[in-house]
Design a protein around this ligand. Structure first.
Ligand code: ACO
Length: 324
């Protein structure tokens, strides 16, 4: 017998305001055709004035708790993966904790940009399997609209706001690869690439929040190779291969990156969950949003083998394989 970290529920929240490509074309020199052809994005959500990352996170967390049919008081760990915290400190996770009425256990933020959810799931898994905590809320929540330079057409068309959450609990299982729960995780980073995708501000450097800056081509060049690297590590660790994967749920940055990665890995396009068309790139929120989408419409079912993969600023990248 061994402890496994099993996802027992998921939930999401999207701000109500939809921003279409046509609306963006009124602000910057772009077009629906360019954005769709280059990225696959048709629309994204943008948080209302005064709607904070913690607000999105709390809505998503409540939905995940309801889906899991567990009470907030049973949660002893909250991890919020975000690059758009409400404040420099305290952690957004403690605002979420207070918002949910939880007074015990621990809460902290984790920052790995678009890889935040896979970094978060790997961290939560380690803490649950060590016996440090019993039941966790992992939330990817972002308000990237607040980091964008809305006059820069090369970046402002790509991102959106949203939050997705999962409830993960430690369960005693057989220890075989047929178990439910996280089966393997692989994380990487390479800080030599940190200036290819970054925010040009921060408390220690400029005492401002700053705006997102990106060398899009450079990011694109590395994305497929990095994805392949960690997914192949997950295959090697479990003995599973592309044909065994029921659902591939990658970070939703760009349809071309997603399809290129699936093709290179030999994953059937019909098994790839895509939400980037409706959500844009929501950074750490994109994987849980895509998971929720596929769970809600009953594509992902209990017992399915699910492969998560992400890459983001840093660069950071990683993959997690789990049985739903
Ligand atoms: N509308 C119209 N034209 C545009 C726009 C726009 N929104 N943005 C750029 N262009 C123009 C450029 O100015 C350039 O014009 P020029 O040839 O006159 O100089 C032309 O389009 C081509 O620009 P490129 O940057 O070479 O276009 P590319 O085909 O590389 O597509 C894109 C750009 C979509 C950003 C692509 O590089 C990409 O997807 N990169 C990955 C970036 C990404 O997904 N980042 C997300 C965060 S990282 C992650 O999550 C993995």
């Amino acid at each position: 017998m061994t402890l496994r970290s099993v996802v027992i529920g998921c939930g999401y929240y999207l701000p109500s305001r939809v921003v279409t490509n046509a609306e963006l074309a009124l602000r910057v020199d772009t077009s629906d055709e360019w954005i769709v052809q280059r990225t696959g994005i048709h629309e994204r959500r943008v948080a209302a004035d005064g709607e904070l990352t913690s607000d999105l996170a709390i809505h998503a967390a409540r939905a995940a708790l309801a889906h899991a049919k567990v009470d907030a008081s049973t949660i002893d760990l909250i991890v919020v993966a975000t690059s758009t915290a409400d404040q420099t400190f305290p952690a957004t996770a403690v605002t979420v904790q207070a918002g949910l009425g939880i007074t015990g256990g621990a809460a902290f933020d984790l920052q790995a940009v678009c890889s935040g959810f896979v970094y978060g799931l790997t961290t939560v898994d380690a803490l649950l399997r060590a016996g440090t905590f019993k039941r966790a809320l992992l939330i990817g929540a972002e308000t990237f609209s607040r980091l964008l330079d809305w006059t820069d057409r090369t970046t402002c068309v790509l991102f959106g706001d949203g939050a997705g959450a999962v409830v993960v609990e430690a369960q005693e299982l057989s220890g075989t690869r047929e178990d439910r729960g996280v089966l393997t995780s692989h994380l990487r980073s390479d800080g030599r690439h940190r200036s290819k995708l970054y925010v040009d501000g921060g408390p220690s450097s400029t005492q401002t929040v700053g705006h997102l800056r990106m060398e899009g081509r450079e990011v694109f060049k590395h994305a497929v190779a990095n994805c392949t690297d960690v997914v192949e590590a997950a295959f090697a660790a479990t003995g599973y291969s592309a044909k065994d994967v029921d659902w591939f749920v990658p970070h939703q940055a760009n349809r071309r990156i997603i399809e290129g990665s699936a093709h290179k890995l030999g994953i059937d396009p019909a098994k790839v969950v895509i939400t980037v068309d409706r959500h844009g790139n929501t950074s750490a929120a994109s994987i849980p949003l895509a998971l929720c989408d596929a769970v809600a419409d009953r594509r992902i079912k209990r017992g399915d083998l699910v492969l998560l993969e992400a890459m983001g600023g840093g660069f950071t990248w990683g993959a997690v394989m789990l049985r739903w």
